[in-house]
Design a protein around this ligand. Structure first.
Ligand SMILES: *Cc1c(COP(=O)(O)O)cnc(C)c1O
Length: 378
């Protein structure tokens, strides 16, 4: 028997890593089908675009596949060029990430140390605490709006401001927020930015901004606030979640800092080509936006017609459903019926389920399964 150290490796990991709880993704479709012996299951658990990407994306992927023996363009020149035109910014303001998740982690790595803190809201996107905790910085979680607030469960910007001090290097704002679907009006955000000290970087996470119409005009604020970073993604409305590509828009100086620590080839060549093709087809995105509005209305009406169940209004491609009772047994019953949604007990919302707006068939399957589940589960 070798001299086994039963404390290895956990007690030898960095202290910040020892306390981490890994991210729990939505259950994959084939896993459910394998485990429960069912077919044609429906996944409404990860806020993916049910229609997939623009057909142009598949042509671009096929063409890009011919050169996968070569390293990708580490600078992402072509995509940045297209994005800069689309967004009306300079290429130097852009940072590409392996999903916008990558960007959130890079921001934490650039700005956070054990001597600093980061501020975010209760019920905010779960990647914020993960990214912060891995750096040993203090995570300041600010209580969300109370139930009597029109944006109940949403970010309380005044309370967030009050939590910021001279050691606060990052504040994360998700607009709209996942999993609550709550949002912030541009006036309120602008007033917030005016009051945040210039030594605190404001990370404005706009993963769902394409769903809420014209966007929030946040890019126009970048010239006034060098401490603002806006993050966006190709994972949601653009339908490229599986390829992992997102981006940040910031001052060129901040982008240059992110560029120092990112992996030299953090975006693969297929993703670069696919994102460029997806971006070009804005009429497809417009159709997805419209389909999502209809799906949200359909889901909201269907869920609301069930007694004792409530929907939180959403500006994303998902709704948070308040079951008014423990959600986990209902989640399990839905799994048995072949419908995967997202339990959010890990967010401190044990009575809620997050449901992605799917296709008409998927949404109907969910509503049917939910009604049946609520009759059976007490
Ligand atoms: C989905 C999501 C993201 C980004 O995911 P990526 O796939 O890593 O781009 C970022 N923020 C929020 C709030 C999200 O819901």
């Amino acid at each position: 028997m070798p001299d086994a150290n039963k404390h290895f490796p956990l007690n030898y990991a960095a202290p910040a890593v020892r306390g981490l709880q890994p991210y729990v993704p939505g259950k994959p479709l084939d896993e459910l089908e394998r485990e429960y012996g069912i077919r044609n299951a429906v996944k409404l658990a990860s806020n993916e675009n049910p229609a997939g990407p623009s057909p142009r994306v598949f042509q671009a992927i096929e063409a890009a596949a011919k050169t996968i023996n070569r390293y990708p363009d580490g600078a992402g020149f072509q995509l940045k060029k297209s994005l800069a035109v689309h967004l009306g910014v300079e290429q130097e303001q852009l940072t590409l990430g392996n999903g916008s998740n990558d960007i959130l982690v890079l921001l934490a790595e650039v700005f956070l140390t054990a001597a600093t803190n980061a501020v975010f809201s209760e019920y905010a996107f779960v990647v914020y605490p993960l990214a912060v905790q891995a750096t040993s910085a203090e995570a300041r979680v600010v209580p969300a709006n109370k139930t009597n607030h029109p944006q109940a469960l949403g970010h309380d910007l005044n309370a967030m401001l009050a939590a910021i001090d001279e050691s606060t290097r990052l504040v994360f704002i998700a607009n709209p927020n996942n999993p609550t679907g709550t949002w912030l009006e541009p006036d309120a955000l602008y007033a917030f930015l005016k009051k945040v000290p210039s030594t605190t970087v404001v990370v404005l996470d706009e993963a769902y901004c394409e769903y809420s119409g014209a966007g929030h005009g946040s890019l126009a604020w970048l010239s006034e606030f060098p401490n603002l970073v806006v993050t966006r993604t190709f994972s949601k409305i653009y339908g490229l979640a599986g390829l992992r590509i997102g981006y940040a828009i910031s001052s060129p100086e901040l982008a240059e800092l992110l560029n120092r620590i990112r992996q030299p080839f953090n975006i693969n060549s297929i993703a670069l080509a696919a994102a460029e093709a997806a971006l070009v087809d804005q009429s497809y995105i417009e159709a997805c936006r419209k389909a999502n509005s209809e799906a949200l209305a359909f889901l909201t009406e269907g869920v609301t017609s069930i007694a004792g169940v409530r929907v939180i209004p959403s500006r994303g491609n998902f709704v948070l459903v308040d079951l008014g009772r423990p959600a986990l047994p209902v989640y399990e019953a839905l799994l048995h019926a072949g419908v995967i949604v997202r339990p959010v007990g890990n967010y401190g919302l044990p009575n809620h389920l997050r449901v992605t707006a799917g296709s008409v068939v998927e949404n109907t399957a969910f509503l049917t399964a939910l009604s049946a589940a609520l009759v059976r589960v007490i």
